[in-house]
Design a binder for this molecule. Structure first.
Ligand SMILES: [Zn+2]
Ligand SMILES: [Zn+2]
Length: 275
C-alpha cells in the first residue's frame, strides 16, 4: 500500500464505535504517517449520528491533546465532515474540511440517503412520485453546495446515493437524466478544485464491492486532471484502510499516476502511485 494517510474516520464523538485514540493508533499500526478524525457536523434537526453543537469545542480540544501524544513520525489532524445542511460557521477551528451530502431536503427533518434501502425507496416514492431520476437530481443539486463552499477542500463520497444500489436497484445511473445531474455536480467540483475521495466506507459495511465515486466518474476525473485521495470513512478501528490496496490498483488502471495527501502546511501534495 502506497497511501500513508487517511482523513475520513469517525469516533464515539459521532456515530463511530471506537475512540479517536483507537482510530489513530490503528492508522499508525498499519504504517500510516498521518491521519485525521473527521467529526460529523452538528445538524439543525434531531438525529442520532451527529453531535450537538456543544460537542464541537470539546472534540477539538481532545484532538489537540492527541496531537501531542504521538511522536513526530505520526501527525494527527482534526477534521470535520461538513454536511451541506449544517451551519458553515461550524467549519471554524478544524485542520481540514470534507463536504458531504447525506440528506434530500424535502421536509423539515430531511430523510437520509444512507440510512436504509427501505427508507431511501420510501423517500423516492413519497417525495418524488417514484421518479428516481428526480431524487438523484435533488441529491446532485445539493452537492453543488460543496463546490460552492470555499472552505471545503474534499468532496465526500460523491455518489453516496448509490450506497444500496448493488443490492437493491433504486437508481438507474445509466439514465440520461441521472448522468446529466451527476456530471453537472462533477464539473462544478472540478472547476472549484475540490479533491475527490475514493471512499471505501460502504465496502467495510458490506453494502458495496467498489468505492465511491463510480468508475465512469473516476475516469472523467482522471481525464480532467482532478485530484483524488483514499478515504475509508471508517466507523471502527478495524476498518481504517479497508480496500486501500485494491483502490490504488483501480486508480492505476484508470490512468491515475498519483493520489494526494494533505501536507503539514495545509496544501495537498502528490504521492506517486508507481510501485
Ligand atoms: Zn458521510
Ligand atoms: Zn463520514
Amino acid at each position: 500500500m502506497i497511501t500513508k494517510q487517511n482523513l475520513h474516520m469517525h469516533s464515539v464523538w459521532d456515530d463511530g464505535h471506537d475512540t479517536c485514540l483507537d482510530m489513530l493508533e490503528a492508522c499508525r499500526a498499519i504504517g500510516f504517517t498521518s491521519a485525521g478524525v473527521s467529526l460529523h457536523s452538528p445538524m439543525p434537526f434531531t438525529n442520532d449520528w451527529a453531535p450537538g453543537a456543544d460537542g464541537v469545542q470539546p472534540y477539538i480540544r481532545e484532538l489537540a491533546g492527541l496531537k501531542g501524544r504521538f511522536q513526530k513520525d505520526f501527525r494527527v489532524l482534526a477534521g470535520i465532515e461538513w454536511d451541506v445542511l449544517s451551519d458553515p460557521a461550524l467549519m471554524d477551528g478544524f485542520d481540514y474540511v470534507i463536504g458531504s451530502v447525506h440528506h434530500l431536503p424535502v421536509k423539515d427533518v430531511p430523510p437520509s440517503v444512507d440510512n436504509t434501502p427501505e427508507e431511501l425507496r420510501q423517500t423516492v416514492n413519497e417525495h418524488f412520485g417514484g421518479d428516481a431520476d428526480a431524487a438523484a437530481a435533488c441529491y446532485f443539486r445539493e452537492l453543488l453546495k460543496v463546490a460552492a463552499e470555499p472552505r471545503v477542500q474534499i468532496c465526500g463520497h460523491f455518489d453516496l446515493l448509490l450506497k444500496f444500489n448493488e443490492q437493491q436497484r433504486i437508481f438507474n445511473p445509466e439514465s440520461c437524466a441521472y448522468q446529466v445531474a451527476a456530471k453537472t455536480a462533477l464539473d462544478a467540483l472540478l472547476d472549484a478544485g475540490k479533491v475527490f475521495e475514493i471512499n471505501t466506507g460502504a465496502i467495510s459495511r458490506g453494502w458495496r464491492s467498489v468505492p465511491y465515486p463510480e468508475r465512469r466518474w473516476l475516469t472523467e476525473i482522471a481525464k480532467r486532471g482532478g485530484q483524488v485521495l483514499l478515504a475509508s470513512d471508517a466507523h471502527r478501528a478495524a476498518h481504517v484502510a479497508t480496500f486501500f490496496e485494491e483502490s490504488e490498483m483501480l486508480l492505476r488502471s484508470l490512468g491515475f499516476d498519483h493520489v494526494v495527501e494533505l501536507a503539514a502546511d495545509g496544501t495537498f501534495v502528490p504521492v506517486s502511485l508507481s510501485v
